[in-house]
Design a protein around this ligand. Structure first.
Ligand code: ADP
Length: 430
């Protein structure tokens, strides 16, 4: 093998998929690993994204996990490391802890003996732009976007130089849009100037994909890049890679088709309705019956068994806000969530045992539970269904599937995807 060039460390699961999807679209073949793998990389790819769950944990723990991922990526031969965080730049915040993006960045710089890196969450495709060091979410500053009220990771300052400086011992500076607009040479010159001023980390302005593409070449020799998923579009070219359908090629899909949904987001409610209105075979599961001790997973699998050989089936707990609130009021928010996640994960497992090899999962937390129940540790990233949601492929042994050529799986978090997502997904694969 020995072709791996880019090793990525993502601080959460859906963020990892988002990054992997961008890299694939820019021409890289990518595997996403769930957690730090225990075994060597077993695929011929250009990049690996290790998905951690470190965004809201204590800095010391986030550092330990990230360094673990780094060591594994280095052992696989990665030539450049990409630390990926959220495009809203938020992470653990307790008042005392000002965030863990800075501490993780500095620990990676130490480990890589890297004297300079960049930081930019800019992702124009997703309406996250950075101008004069200030992060905008859509048309407003980050601290007016609702993120100032986030229950876990509030962001009350949009000035990223200040935000990151508060998390770092190294000095933080800015590469602003006037420099970025002039391209590679100007950016490199600015980096040399910042270094001479004792600055080791620079926030970089970017308001368009063109800015990110201009930034790419200036990052070619950096051992470490830190960013949201946007910067990824400018990196594959540094390794001689350009967009191609080869990058998203997966083994041919076969086997039966199913959708499981534990997402109650608005988009998912529309997708469930659309699937039913098209005449799809669908079964709702009721959290209150799970709580009453009924084995709804067994019921759902018995319902699916005679149908799934003929057409795609959908099993869902998806419900509208009022119904969800009422269930949560009776069972407790966490208890209800965990109970439904367990049931849907058992249904996903059972469907694969029935021969399903093309599985769509709706819901971020639900996806985590299903991937775990299926024993999936690594997935190759394939073609995009809708923005941010690609088909993935896990090998047969990884999915504990007894026969066949592995499982194609699409993990859709809450508000992603058009109304026809549950139908469109299977046509993309066909
Ligand atoms: P999303 O990506 O839309 O946020 P998640 O799967 O991350 O979806 O979260 C949805 C949560 O709601 C999960 O914990 C799930 O188990 C729970 N849930 C699903 N259906 C119901 C329901 N009908 N009532 C209460 N909770 C539910």
């Amino acid at each position: 093998m020995g072709k791996l060039v880019l090793g990525c460390i993502a601080d959460d699961f859906t963020g990892a998929t988002d990054l992997a999807n961008n890299l694939v679209r820019a021409g890289m073949r990518v595997v996403q690993a769930i957690g730090v793998p225990a075994t060597p990389l077993d695929a011929d790819v250009d990049a690996v994204v290790v998905a951690l769950k470190s965004r809201t944990i204590a800095p010391a723990e986030a550092i330990a996990q990230s360094l673990d991922a780094l060591r594994w990526l280095q052992a696989q031969g990665a030539r450049q490391i990409y630390f990926k965080y959220c495009s809203t730049f938020d992470s653990t915040f307790t008042g005392e802890v000002r965030g863990n993006i800075g501490p993780v960045t500095e620990a990676l710089m130490d480990a890589l003996q890297c004297d300079f890196t960049i930081a930019t969450p800019a992702f124009p495709d997703n309406k996250r732009t950075v101008f004069k060091g200030y992060l905008f979410a859509g048309d407003v500053l980050l601290n007016e976007s609702g993120m100032q009220n986030h229950p876990l990771t509030p962001m009350t300052d949009a000035n990223l130089v200040r935000v990151l400086q508060a998390q770092c011992t190294r000095k933080v500076g800015l590469i602003d849009h006037t420099v970025v607009a002039r391209g590679d040479a100007a950016i490199s010159e600015r980096i040399a100037q910042l270094k001479s001023e004792g600055i080791s980390i620079a926030i970089v302005d970017a308001v368009s994909n063109d800015d990110l593409l201009r930034l790419g070449p200036a990052l070619a020799k950096m051992p470490l890049v830190t960013a949201g998923s946007g910067v990824a579009i400018g990196l594959p070219a540094n390794f001689g890679l350009s967009p191609s359908s080869q990058a998203s090629a997966l083994p041919a899909a076969s086997g039966l088709r199913a959708v499981v949904s534990g997402s109650c987001s608005l988009a998912t409610n529309r997708q469930v309705l659309d699937f039913i209105q098209r005449g799809g075979a669908a079964l709702a599961i009721d959290p209150l019956r799970i709580a009453a001790g009924v084995d709804v997973a067994a019921e759902a699998l018995a319902w699916a068994a005679p149908l799934v050989g003929k057409q795609p089936v959908l099993v869902y707990s998806t419900a509208e806000a009022g119904a969800v609130k009422s269930v949560q009021g009776r069972l407790g928010v966490e208890e209800a969530g965990a109970m439904v996640e367990r049931a849907i994960a058992a249904i996903a497992r059972g469907l694969v045992d029935q021969g399903v090899r093309q599985l769509v999962v709706a819901g971020g937390e639900t996806s985590g539970a299903c991937v775990q129940a299926l024993g999936i540790a690594q997935m190759q990233i394939g073609p995009q269904i809708d923005p941010g949601v690609p088909w993935c492929h896990a090998r047969a042994e990884a999915a504990k599937a007894e026969q066949g050529a592995g499982v194609h799986i699409a993990l859709k978090s809450g508000n992603f995807g058009g109304d026809d997502f549950f139908t469109k997904a299977f046509t993309v694969l066909a």
